[in-house]
Each structure stands twice: as C-alpha cells, then as structure tokens.
Design a protein around this ligand. Structure first.
Ligand code: NAG
Ligand code: NAG
Ligand code: NAG
Length: 787
C-alpha cells in the first residue's frame, strides 16, 4: 500500500517535470539491481532508498540539485530480484552504477514473440493409461506461467471441468481490465496479470482501441502457446477444415497463469522481469517464455537474470531458441539454467501443389481454407517483380504494401518472393490488387523450409528450388505460350516420412555467449501446430482478416517451447523432488536423434542430415524422460562456478546471482565446459602449431532408478577426435547415489580451414544398464585463428 501511494506521487512528479528533464538529456529505461541487504537503515523502505539514490545520481550526473529524481520507478522488483526500473539519462545510469549497494544497471532491451497432433506424435496419448500422463495425474497440482501476449478467457481449451481448487500454495491474482472481467479466471486459468509500464515508458501511452490494458490477448500468440503447454482436450478442433482431430496440450490438467508482457511494439525487458518477479512470488512451477531475439552477455540479459533467480527457486524455465535459422550462431536464450528449445516438424503436412501450364506439378504447402480456385482451370501466371505499380521492381517482387499494379495482376496467380513483410500480409496485398491466387517462393537464404499459412486468398508456399523452376517457366513464356498455373489443395496428410525434420527457421548453434555449453538443448514440435486462437482475431493475424476460427495453425520455436514447458510440468508432477536441472537432464538424455525412417533427422533447409548445432541433444521423447535412469544435476553453486570460469568480474557475477562469488576454487577446478551439464562441448582454438588440442570434463550422475544398477559407457567417437571415459563402468548400490567420471577429448586430425572458420564434429556418450540409455552428445569445435 505504502509503496503504491509512493509510486503514484513519483509518477505525478515525473509527468510534471518531464519536459525540462528531456531538454537536458534523452532518457532511456534502465533496470537497476540492488543488494537488498545493503539498504542503509536510515531509509524506512527500499523505495525511499531507491528514490534518494536516484536523486543523488541525477544531481551528480547533471549538476542539478534542486530537481526531482531524473525519472520515476516503472516497476519495483522484490521477489526474485531486488531493484527497480526507471527512466533516466545515460549519465545518471553511470553514476547510479557506482552507488554502494547497487549491483547492476541493465539497459532496457526489446524483444518479440518469436495441437491436435503433437500429443500423439510424442506418444502421450497411449490407451493403456500407464504412461506419463497417468503417472503425473496430468499435472493438476502444477502451475505453468506463460509469459506472452496474454490469454483468451472462456476458450474451450481453458475450461475447468473436473479440476479441483487451485493448489493451496497459489498466491497469484486474476487482474481484471477491459475485455477481462474478474470472472475471466477459473480453476484452469488461475492467474492473469499484465505488465505495460516499461512498454509505455518508452513507447508512450498505448492506443486502447488497438490493444487492451488487461491480460486479454488481442494478438493470438499467447493463447496459442498457453494451450500448447496446458490446453484441455477439445474435440473436434481444426482450423478452416485442416488438421481435424482432438486438440490437447501437453499437460491438460496443469493450471495456467498468464503474464502479458508483449504489446504492439514488442516485449520490454523491464516488463518481462516484473513478470518473472510476480510469477516466482505467485508460486508457479514452470515459466514458459516464447520470446527472444537479443543475445548479450548474461549479466546484461534480463531474461537470463530473471531465469537464474527462478531456477534458484526451483522453477523450470523453458524458452524458445529463436527463429533466426538456418544460419549458424543464431540461437538465443542460451543461459545454461534455461532449457533452450528448437523446432522440428511432425509427421503431418498440408500439401498444396502448383500445377503449371506445361503440365509440371510442383510441391507446396498451405492451410488456406476459403473458396477454392475453379477446378481444372489454369489461370494466367505472373511474377510480381514485373508487375510493379507505384514502387520499384524490388518491392513489387516481395509484394510489399501498395507495390503491385492492379492492371498487371488482375485475375491472375501472382508469384511473390518471401521476405521483409509477413507471409500473410503479402497475400492481402495480392488480394487487394485483384489477383485470384498467390505462390510464395523462398529465396536462396530460406532454402527449402516451408511454412503453411492461413492465407486470405488461395495461396501456397514453395521452396527455393521450385521457386526458380516457376520463375524460369514464367521468363521463358511467350505470347503464344503464356504462363499459366493453378493450385491443387490436398488437405491434411498424416504419416509423413521422414519426420521429425529440423525446421529451417529453427535457430542454430554454436552458442554465441558461451560455446562451451551446447545450444539449443533440444527440439520439440514447432512446425504447423494447431492450438487455441482468440475468437476476435483472424487466423492470418492481419487486421483486415475478418474470418474467425477457434483454433489456428502456427509455426515457430515459440510453439516448440511450450511443448517442453508442459512436459516439464508432467515430469515435476511425477517427480516432485527433481530440480529444474534434473528435469532438463531427463528430457535431454532421453531425446532421440533418428527420424521415423531410422536415419539422423534431416535439416529442412538443405535436405541434408542435421547435427548437434541444429538439435542439441535431440528431439524430446516424453515417455522415456519419465524414467531416465541417471540425471546430471546442478545447483546454483555450479552456475556460479561456471560464471567464474567465463572470467566474468565479481560485479558481473553479482548482477546475475546477487551474491559475491569466490572464484578461486572454481578457476582451479576447471573451465566453463566443466559445468555438470547433460551435453558436452569441447571448443579448441587452432593456433597453427602441432600442439595437440585436448581437454577434459568431470561429470557426476545421480542414480534415479529403483535401487542398485550398473551402467556401462559406450562412446561414439567424433570424427577426428578421440574421446575416453574413466571409469567405463559405474556401479550404484542404491537409488539417489552419485558417482563421478572423467571424459577426455583430444582433437587430432583436422584438415586446414580458412582463417576464422570453425568446424564441428559430433559424437556421443551413452551410459546404459540394459534398461535405461542415458545419452549425451559430444560436440568438438575447432576454430581456425583469424589471420
Ligand atoms: C488508435 O488506433 C485507431 C485505429 O487504428 C486510430 O484510428 C486512432 O487514430 C489511434 N489513436 C491514437 C491516439 O493514435
Ligand atoms: C548437403 O550435402 C551435400 C553432400 O554432402 C553437400 O555437397 C552440400 O554442400 C550440402 N549442402 C549444404 C547446404 O550444406
Ligand atoms: C579465462 O581466462 C583464462 C586465463 O587467462 C583463460 O585461459 C581462459 O581461456 C579464459 N576463459 C574464457 C572462457 O574466456
């Protein structure tokens, strides 16, 4: 209460003085972390301390003493992290950073939000009721926090039939607001909050005719991801006739709490951190964060800092790897205390082939569900790049807003290039110009990865190779033989081989912050996922789309992440004593790397085999994760040692962990890769000498099976390296026992590489007792020096 009033008065001060402050220096948002115990006793509350320090810092930075604080408190953080966010000048921020008791001053970063089939595909809907779902009672005592664009109350996926009261430890709230009456929560959706102060401090007051100041989802992304994690069984579910079947989340009885942090202009770190802070205080078990896109050192990354405190409090945090693939070094949310999830396909697709006037039929995909093209009729086909209206050929080739000449496209099928604007927005541009259909072609960079969308006109997506075939066909057409085409929509196809395939867009390693930790950690279904959708948002996700659908099909690592969040809840329900690291270990060491044809999973972008930088430990395998045999466990102390071995300063470590670290022991004991992680990454810099490149890892595994067991190691050698394990046998006398082993990696025969290039080779270490198979990938990276 006291703090509330206090904040309000500061807020008024801020509004009043804003013009004169901004005349001095531009303001930015900063997140300030303090050492809560360092509050001088003269201040009655932390807020007093913050205000006085702000005042002093502003004065010393700007030489003004009779001024109110050079900002106001946007959020105060008090559960996982003590501190506040504020708008101040960079010089005030610098001055604040040197105030005693102030641990870190982080600049605000802005991020963006990056099924019927997946439970079956993951083997969760077994009829015998003895699987993971049954053993975990579907996770009804667990709460999953979805930090996203909000949620749609009243959706069938969030019905609370046959659910008991919320878990007694739950302390969350159902915050009401426009479009979200207090009655919006139920025994399924047990909490809902929104955080917009950081967003509005930077972007100005939100436009409430476009978005709602409440937990209500006006975008669709958050509703979709929440129902993937914990949606109820809904039958029949489909979108415009596609993917018909039972829709169900991973943990259909787990409770949901929605924390809305993403707005029209993005998701602001100060708000994300406030959501983490609330979620921890509210008593959630899992945080699901399908947001990413910025890679900075861990001590400047609010998601990494928030997730650390959550992990320390026993909360499992999963995050999307990002959609920046297929290029290397694109993976985001890479802290070792986060489960970083990439995306794979399922054994389902939505073929929509292109038939050309010359008789050729070329493969494409689509979930367009409106009136079809006339069957048997071929339509004139034109390349958008030669149909420019107001703009140039470049913007018309991409079908950007207002770039097409109606005369040139009317009544035709238009070929557009992928890129710049959204795929469904291109469809709207083409439709408005009077065309009857659209073919969306990948460029060389997109490769062969295809995403089926709910377009507003008959449309299909084709790969780069097919795109070139069609472009060539159009270019060689003549007035005697004009280019023509049609699109053949073939509906939903199940039983596709091979599956899973790594989605083109799925972000790839190596880990740009700490290559000693292999990222992504694993992959889960993220391509063409059917899940809940708001009643008042069109499935194409563009404002002009007036169609309405209860479910929608989306693709992205955003969709992969909540699969792992839901599975983590089920695992925690079945194993309440497991730490977040133990749950992650179980998911990683039981993941598979072979597809349903028995071959290493393919990379959709090239059609070649994928590797550890694409899938980490592999694809999640929930039934096996239930009973992993051994786990690689971790505590906060291990993470501190890891940060020491990254050579972070005391100040930087404190920004993440709050406590002073004694790094002497950690540095003596090893290197960053020596964290007790369930995967191995050896990173060598080749220095041109004949020196052998060698390193070692010490790992400790805990027996979580039933009683005594003897495990033997099998090593699949990475090409050009030698891996040895000591001892090769681990004999556990009882459950809960821990045993350690040593893994040595020597890289020997590597071919010459161009300066600055790196190359990865992978192998694996598997511990087996005949019943369990505990597999860890071993990545060996050799980097040639920059010349
Ligand atoms: C808010 O959005 C509506 C709809 O786009 C627009 O007409 C209106 O001008 C906007 N208001 C403000 C204050 O920007
Ligand atoms: C795919 O594999 C083939 C054969 O190994 C190789 O020649 C080609 O360069 C690979 N393509 C890509 C894009 O890596
Ligand atoms: C940390 O510093 C040590 C000693 O200078 C060096 O050997 C090591 O490679 C550094 N580690 C990292 C991750 O930079």
């Amino acid at each position: 209460m006291e703090i509330d009033l206090y904040l309000r008065s500061l807020f008024f001060l801020f509004l009043f003085f804003l013009p004169s402050i901004s005349a001095v220096e531009l303001l930015d948002t900063y997140i300030v972390r303090v050492d809560a115990d360092a509050k001088p006793s003269i201040f009655p509350t932390h807020a007093h301390w913050y205000e006085t320090s702000l005042l002093a810092a502003t004065a010393s930075a700007d030489g003004i003493t009779d001024f109110p604080p050079g900002g106001f408190l946007i959020h105060t953080y008090s559960s996982l992290f003590h501190g506040f966010s504020t708008r101040i000048s960079p010089s005030t921020a610098a001055s604040l950073a040197s105030t005693p008791g102030f641990l870190a001053v982080l600049p605000e970063l802005v991020r963006h939000p990056d099924t019927t089939r997946s439970p079956e595909f993951l083997g969760l809907l077994s009829s015998d009721r003895t699987g993971l779902l049954a053993e975990s009672d579907f996770g009804s005592e667990l709460v999953i926090a979805v930090v996203d664009t909000g949620i749609t109350p009243g959706h069938r996926s969030f019905a609370d039939s046959d659910l008991g009261l919320a878990p007694s430890r739950w302390r969350g709230q159902c915050v009401s607001g426009p479009g979200f009456p207090a009655s919006s929560c139920n025994r399924k959706l047990i909490g809902a909050r929104y955080f917009s102060a950081g967003y509005e401090a930077t972007s100005g007051r939100m436009n409430e005719s476009v978005e709602l100041r409440s937990p209500r989802d006006t975008d669709g992304h958050g509703t979709h991801t929440a129902s993937i994690a914990a949606g109820r069984y809904v039958f029949p579910a489909s979108t415009l006739g596609y993917a018909r079947g039972v829709a169900a989340g991973m943990a259909p009885k787990a409770r949901l709490a929605a924390y809305k942090v993403c707005w029209v202009a993005g998701c602001f770190d100060s708000d994300i951190l406030a959501a983490f802070d609330s979620a921890v205080a509210d008593g959630v078990d899992v945080v699901s964060l399908s947001v990413g896109g910025v890679v900075v050192p861990y001590y400047l990354d609010a998601i990494a800092v928030g997730a650390f405190a959550a992990a320390e409090a026993g909360i499992f945090v999963s995050a999307s790897a990002g959609n920046g693939g297929p290029g290397g070094l694109t993976v985001t949310n890479v802290a070792p205390w986060v489960a970083t999830v990439g995306a794979g396909s399922m054994d389902r697709d939505f073929p929509a082939d292109v038939k050309l006037g010359n008789g050729r039929v070329l493969p494409g995909v689509s979930v367009y569900g409106g009136p079809s093209l006339d069957s048997g009729r071929l339509y004139p086909l034109v390349y958008a790049g030669v149909a420019q209206g107001a703009g140039d050929g470049y913007s018309s080739s991409l079908c950007l807003e207002g770039s097409l000449n109606s005369e040139a496209v009317k009544g035709k099928i238009v070929l557009c290039d992928r890129g710049v604007n959204s795929r469904t927005a291109k469809g709207e541009v083409v439709r408005k110009a009077g065309a009857v259909g659209m073919i969306l072609a990948n460029g060389v960079f997109d490769g062969e990865g295809l995403v089926a969308d709910c377009h507003v006109l008959p449309a299909t997506a084709v790969g780069a190779v097919v795109g070139d075939v069609i472009r060539k066909y159009i270019a060689t057409s003549t007035s005697r033989f004009p280019a023509t085409a049609t699109i053949l929509f073939r509906g939903t196809r199940l039983g596709v081989h091979p599956a899973p395939v790594i989605a083109s867009f799925s972000a790839r390693g190596p880990n740009p912050q700490s290559p000693e930790i292999l990222k992504p950690d694993l992959v889960a279904p993220g391509l063409h996922i059917l899940a809940a959708w708001p009643h008042n948002v069109g499935p194409a996700g563009i404002p002009s789309d007036q169609r309405r659908t209860e479910f929608n099909i989306l693709s992205g690592t955003s969709m992969a992440c909540p699969h792992v969040s839901g599975l983590a809840a089920l695992l925690k329900a079945a194993h309440p004593d497991w730490s977040p690291a133990a749950i992650k270990s179980a998911l990683m060491t039981t993941a598979y790397v072979k597809d349903n044809k028995g071959m290493t999973m393919l990379d959709e972008s090239t059609g070649n085999f994928s590797d550890v930088f694409d899938f980490g430990s592999g694809h999640v395998n929930p039934q096996r994760a239930m009973d992993p045999g051994l786990i690689y466990d971790l505590t906060a102390v291990d993470y501190v040692n890891f940060l020491c071995n990254l050579n972070y300063t005391q100040q930087n470590i404190k920004a993440i962990t709050r406590k002073a670290a004694d790094c002497r022991g950690a540095r003596k004991a090893g290197h960053a890769g020596n964290l007790n992680y369930p995967s191995f990454s050896a990173v060598f810099a080749e220095d041109g000498s004949k020196r052998r490149m060698a390193t070692h890892f010490i790992r400790t595994v805990t027996n979580v099976g039933n009683g005594a067991a003897t495990y033997r190691a099998t090593v699949q050698q990475p090409e050009g390296s030698t891996v040895t394990v000591e001892p090769m046998e681990l004999s556990f006398r009882r459950s809960g026992q821990k045993l350690s082993f040593l893994v040595r990696v020597k890289a020997e025969t590597w071919e010459k590489m161009a300066p600055g290039n790196s190359r990865v080779r992978s192998g694996s270490l598997t511990w087996s007792d005949g019943r369990h198979s505990v597999r860890s990938p071993i990545a060996v990276t050799v980097q040639a020096p920059f010349s």
